[in-house]
Design a protein around this ligand. Structure first.
Ligand code: SAM
Length: 372
């Protein structure tokens, strides 16, 4: 199963909607390959010499770089185009999603009535304040909007818009995030035969479902704080014939019993968490694992300790202009230390880069095994 599988919870765009979505994708590709790609040269040839002339030394921090790039007309043009491309993408998918909103709710009810898996919501689980108040990566309504008992829109936006978003970022389609981690587990922990698996911050469940296929004897759980996302994930898994047990729980306080899983995962979730929540998730990972169990946390490969001032500034764009409140926090998190603080022995912790099969990108992975 590759990234972006087809299933009946994904709406079908009309001819005009599809044309508009393809146009936006082309525009985003163009901005990435022909505008964004030149921003390093703009900095080297314009911003950096200007800073050096003003201060007598090269920029040392991302803030230094900002003093000469935020008012550079070429960088401003890129920044406006990049933001507009993202806004246009959500507008383009919103046409299809709002037109099919009632149909998606009907399908959710249909799947929920004869489910192989389950869905348990808990209105007391609300997530951190930015989750409720910020439209994360400009997704209309963010993750937490909930229109009522059969609303699935936040999840539909996440998957349907996210598919276009990943394509616009040049992410290859050969392998889903779940499959990347499954390949990592099979290479690094070949003896692991999990019987209970937990995916934290599962969102629409695109990384969760591959575990049902890879470990058919295991019971697979997905948790998230967003109710409409979980409804969508539930219907999506059922549409794909996969039994997944979804519940509304907080990554840092899951309320599952001690030692109740042998594989605890997260995919692309840490960059949406405060450092406190990520630390809490690592502690939960240790507490929830049976002896010999494994935890793997995968996310985007932005590590600020590896970058110079220019790159930190450049990669920090998403925090300010793409509504990613924890982007820079995540980029400075020491995930290895967090795993050790959670109780995993030094020698059991692995932190590094892991390439996607098609080589379109490499991921950052923090993994550990609880002693048997
Ligand atoms: C970027 S998405 C995760 C993507 C998903 N794992 C995937 O691979 O497609 C981040 C998710 O984390 C959820 N989230 C945010 N804070 C959380 C928390 N404290 N506990 C659990 N989930 C949380 C959000 O609602 C959102 O669905």
């Amino acid at each position: 199963m590759a990234r972006n599988p087809r299933h009946s919870m994904l709406p079908t765009p009309s001819h005009d909607e599809a044309a508009r979505q393809q146009f936006v994708l082309g525009l985003k590709d163009h901005i990435r390959d022909h505008v964004r790609a030149h921003m390093g040269a703009v900095y080297e040839q314009r911003g950096k010499p200007r800073f050096e002339k003003q201060h007598g030394h090269a920029p040392k921090t991302a803030q230094d770089v900002g003093t000469v790039m935020w008012d550079d007309p070429l960088f401003q043009t890129f920044s406006r185009l990049h933001r507009s491309g993202q806004e246009m993408m959500w507008d383009a998918v919103a046409d299809t999603l709002y037109r099919t909103q009632h149909d998606l709710s009907d399908k959710f009810r249909g799947f929920a009535s004869k489910a192989k898996g389950s869905l348990t919501l808990d209105a007391d689980v609300t997530g951190a304040r930015p989750m409720r108040e910020v439209d994360i990566h400009l997704q209309p309504g963010g993750y937490m909007t909930d229109y009522g008992t059969d609303d699935v829109m936040a999840g539909a936006f996440y998957e349907y818009g996210g598919n276009l978003y990943a394509m616009g970022r040049g992410v290859g389609m050969a392998e889903s995030k779940g499959e990347v981690v499954i390949r990592f587990i099979k290479e690094r922990y070949p003896d692991l035969k999990p019987t209970r698996i937990l995916d934290i911050g599962c969102s629409a469940g695109s990384a969760t479902v591959p575990y049902v296929r890879a470990f058919p004897d295991a019971e697979v759980h997905g948790i998230d704080v967003a109710p409409a996302i979980l409804r969508y994930a539930h219907a999506r898994a059922e549409a794909m014939g996969a039994a997944v047990h979804y519940s509304q729980r907080d990554a840092a306080n899951t309320k599952f019993p001690d030692e109740s899983f042998d594989l605890v995962l997260s995919h692309n979730a840490m960059h949406e968490f405060s450092a406190k929540i990520t630390e809490g998730m690592m502690k939960e990972s240790y507490r929830l694992l049976k002896p010999g169990g494994v935890t793997v946390h995968l996310d985007v490969n932005i590590r600020f300790d590896e970058y110079d001032a220019w790159y930190k500034f450049y990669r920090g764009w998403d925090q300010i202009h793409n509504n990613e409140p924890y982007w820079s926090v995540y980029a400075t998190n020491d995930c290895g230390r967090m795993l050790k603080d959670a109780g995993f022995p030094d020698a059991a912790v692995w932190v590094g880069k892991f390439r996607q099969l098609d080589n379109s990108l490499s991921w950052h992975i923090a993994a550990a095994r609880k002693p048997a």
